[in-house]
Design a protein around this ligand. Structure first.
Ligand code: NAG
Ligand code: NAG
Length: 465
């Protein structure tokens, strides 16, 4: 067993390096393809030993960017550390700080007055914006990150193979694996290994976190998630939500969220396994932000397109729990995610009610009828919580807030009409987006992002009349 562990950790170290290189290359690629300047790029050879902990422990995985979790890095003229999972706008200078091993980025230095004004303009936008002509749209960023993750895993597999070959003749390895009755190749077998690593009392905290991190990749696939369930992995992960270690809670929620995504079978089992209560406990109690983030991700995956879970969620006071996140300090980054979830849940029901009735839909409709979401939304004054987000600096947040205010108008209209601050906020947004949309159009983009936002603002203003 020990030579295998050694091989795997060597492979993991190699994977970590490939991972880093990939990210740097991806950044370099986006810089050179989308910006006018040549990016400064300081990459020096990294020795394997720099990354690999010689005791054979695997390095702690990065807090990976699930699409729910995308954050954008806003460069300034100073070098700043890029946190794992953050997306870097095109045109930024990126370097690897060899002292700390961290990636850093900043705005490129301007070389002449002309690019100064361009840069200034870009910077002004970046200060508030996560989308502009020289950057990705957040949608594109999410896609790019998802892709990056895929290719990263493929690379890792390839590297594992390579390392295995190097260390031992493959025939000998096969023989030994056969003796251990282990076939390494299938996802099923890999998940068995990872689950037992997570479940073993001999594993360190870092081992367990690493196992969860890897599992998250496998359980994205619907069939793997079903296997994960039958192996008892789902229940282990649900229990992991109870852990006293914040990092285990965080990663357990991450795996759970991935397994739940668009997987009705897992949704049902997780609900029956008590996952909903545990997630709500995490969200209702004092926890580090990353733990709450992942718990909210898992909760969202649990509730989407699962009316029975939505009903239980309301019964358990889940909506109040989410509402309380708006009163806690330091949870601002969660607000837009909460409002997005709320919007999705309301729309799910509306769309179904508006669609032609088939037999199956009738049963679903019946289930959704029991989800009394809107009355609870009005009673807990989500109207105000949502409209307050219109004052957020990020366009993305405002976009979600505008859409949600618009669907809430039918229920919150009276309250909104009595709120002078809302009128003011909308006027401000309108003039800002009139300018940005005009600029966008002068650059040849006739149905760009800002025009769309302007349209949403105007819709809400009309609804208010
Ligand atoms: C986890 O470990 C416990 C105790 O060793 C064992 O009883 C249980 O079956 C294991 N669970 C899984 C899913 O492997
Ligand atoms: C997990 O927490 C729940 C309450 O949220 C508690 O009832 C249960 O006993 C805990 N389980 C473990 C294994 O600690």
């Amino acid at each position: 067993m020990s030579h295998r562990a050694g091989l795997l950790s060597a492979a993991a170290a190699a994977a970590a390096r490939v991972n880093l290189l990939l990210l740097l290359l991806a950044v370099l690629f986006s810089c050179s393809s989308l910006s006018d300047g040549v990016p400064e790029f300081a990459l020096t050879k990294i020795e394997e030993g720099d990354i690999k902990d010689e005791s054979g422990k695997e390095p702690l995985p990065e807090d990976d960017a699930d699409p729910e979790d995308l954050e954008v890095f806003y460069p300034t003229h100073q070098w700043q550390t890029i946190r794992p999972g953050q997306a870097v706008p095109a045109g930024s200078h990126v370097r690897l700080n060899l002292q700390t091993g961290e990636r850093e980025a900043k705005l490129p230095e301007s070389e002449d007055g002309r690019s100064e004004t361009r840069e200034e303009r870009r910077r002004k936008r970046l200060g508030k914006v996560d989308v502009d002509a020289n950057s990705f749209t957040s949608q594109e960023l999410k896609k790019a990150l998802a892709k990056m993750k895929e290719s990263e895993k493929a690379e890792r597999k390839a590297r594992e193979e390579e390392v295995r070959k190097k260390f031992r003749p493959i025939e000998q390895l096969k023989e030994e694996f056969e003796k251990l009755n282990v076939k390494m190749e299938t996802d099923y077998e890999i998940m068995v290994q990872l689950i037992s690593k997570f479940n073993s009392s001999a594993s360190t905290l870092a081992d367990k976190v690493a196992a969860l991190y890897d599992l998250e990749y496998y359980v994205h696939q619907v069939d793997n998630a079903k296997d994960f369930l039958s192996m008892g992995g789902l229940q282990l992960v649900i229990e992991g939500l109870n852990s006293t270690e914040a990092t285990l809670k965080e990663h357990a929620a991450f795996v759970l969220g991935a397994a739940l995504s668009s997987n009705p079978k897992v949704q049902i089992e997780a609900l029956e396994g008590g996952a909903l209560q545990k997630l709500l406990v995490i969200l209702a109690t004092e926890q580090p932000l990353p733990v709450k983030k992942k718990a909210l991700f898992a909760l969202s995956s649990m509730l989407r397109h699962f009316p029975y879970a939505q009903q239980q969620f309301l019964k358990l006071g889940g909506l109040q729990v989410l509402r309380s996140l708006f009163r806690q300090k330091g949870m601002q980054t969660l607000h837009v995610r909460v409002v997005t979830l709320l919007y999705d849940l309301i729309m799910e029901k509306l769309l179904l009610e508006g669609s032609p009735q088939e037999e199956q839909a009738a049963e679903k409709l019946h289930q959704y009828e029991q989800v009394r979401l809107v009355p609870a939304v009005v009673e807990q004054d989500w109207c105000a919580a949502v409209s307050a987000l219109l004052g957020a600096p990020e366009h993305d947040t405002r976009e979600k807030a505008l859409k949600t205010v618009s669907v809430l108008m039918a229920f919150c209209g009276e309250r909104y009409r009595r709120d002078p601050a809302l009128g003011t906020a909308l006027s401000l947004l309108r003039s800002e987006y009139e300018q940005l949309a005009a600029q966008e159009q002068s650059e040849g983009d006739t149905d760009g992002y800002f025009s769309e936002l302007l349209g949403s603002v105007n819709t809400v203003i009309q609804q208010l009349r």
